[in-house]
Design a protein around this ligand. Sequence first.
Ligand SMILES: Cc1cc2nc3c(=O)[nH]c(=O)nc-3n(C[C@H](O)[C@H](O)[C@H](O)COP(=O)(O)OP(=O)(O)OC[C@H]3O[C@@H](n4cnc5c(N)ncnc54)[C@H](O)[C@@H]3O)c2cc1C
Length: 446
Amino acid sequence: MPPDQNQLFQPTEKLVSWGRVVRAPHRLAKPGHPDELAPLIESLTPEEPGLAIGLRRSYGDSNLNPNGAVIDMTGLDAMIAFDRDSGLMRAEAGVSLSQCLQVLVPSGWFLPTTPGSRFVTLGGAVANDVHGKNHHSAGTFGASVTRLGLRRSDSEPQTLERGDPLFHATIGGLGLTGVIEWVEFQAVRIPSAYLDAEDISFANVNDYFELMKERGASFEHTMAWIDCLAGGDQLGRGVLSLANWSEKGGLKPHREDPRLAVPFNAPGFALNTASVKAFNTAYNALKKTREGASHPHYEPFLYPLDSIANWNRMYGSKGFFQYQSVIPPDAAQDVTVDMLQAIAASGQGSFLAVIKTFGSAEPVGLLSFPMEGVTLALDFPNKGETTQNLMRRLDDIVTAAGGRLYPAKDGRISAETFKAGYPQWEGFNQFVDPVLSSGFWRRVTQ
Ligand SMILES: Cc1cc2nc3c(=O)[nH]c(=O)nc-3n(C[C@H](O)[C@H](O)[C@H](O)COP(=O)(O)OP(=O)(O)OC[C@H]3O[C@@H](n4cnc5c(N)ncnc54)[C@H](O)[C@@H]3O)c2cc1C
């Protein structure tokens, strides 16, 4: 007899992900030791599947299993091994990137790549094959993973290595190929915890493409912030940040505590079109005054939003959507202009809009999001059908250009849009553990 799921998982009234749009009751278990995983997995069935989750920094429903069971992995947070000479680190899947940095940085090592939040677990980093500002030079997080420990319902615990098909299905596999118990990855050397950075304003999005052609390849970290509400000659104006690790400054890690907090849901009017426009204009002006060289610590440079705890509450109780696309290189410039025109015309401001050029590294994961091209990441406050209509319009532009959307950010795309962007999904499907599922997966494979 399999263990009783109702006894092992406790009901929680509602679980939300980072965008706060998708909320649903779940049954939750939080193991504190790897031995507790076996009975939890044994209690899951294809009719009542479960999902392992991390720090819930994914925005939509790829980390939710509405009305079903979730295994919160953040209690499995032991650092297993770190070799200061080789930079090889092995840790349980619930260890956060922030915790890894506290160990790595003082010894002159860093994460091979990092998303824009350090409050992400190793399991989450692998399952979404996350990327950072250095994708063009380092590829994705999965490129640095040497081995991982996986538990499935149909086999004994396994150690997977590069070359094993299940390894490549698990990298970027959205938590569906098994529960990742531990991760081993290769860190990279840094001469200091600081960067030599440069900020350059550009008048419109076409200038971004020119600047990247001229300057991009000389820098390890590149990304640009753009103003989505400016139209006409200023369409996609913004600021490009470029940086390389600095030789100077020492190896001090970041402070753990966020300095500011949003304590409750800001009222809905806090982020209306006028305030987004004012913010974008002010931010553009501020960045212009700082234009030029700087020497930031990695924390404000790589993790600007982590200094404000719960910044996602700024969008009010209705939450917000994050929309992240990637467009192949040949079409990237024209299609980015089309997307920005559609957004500017809709008048629906994106508070945070980021553009980044991905490099040509072969994806490590079967279902990895990054591919060579240009990625645009946009936040849209949830205004119901108006916002859905804008995003559907953008979906059509992305799909027609041969692009795709990032499941980690999504809570709404149709099965048709997903399958067009990831034609390999059927090959991936054979690796899915039948007792694992998510709201996202049920929606896009129906
Ligand atoms: C401010 C901010 C900036 C961000 N910037 C970037 C960025 O630059 N680049 C980028 O790629 N992403 C970015 N993200 C998204 C984030 O990196 C990913 O969503 C990441 O996967 C979240 O990890 P998590 O620990 O919160 O996992 P969750 O969000 O809880 O889960 C993510 C996925 O991992 C699976 N999972 C988690 N743990 C396990 C496990 N132990 N075993 C099996 N599956 C597991 C879940 O099932 C789910 O499919 C950003 C997010 C935020 C909030």
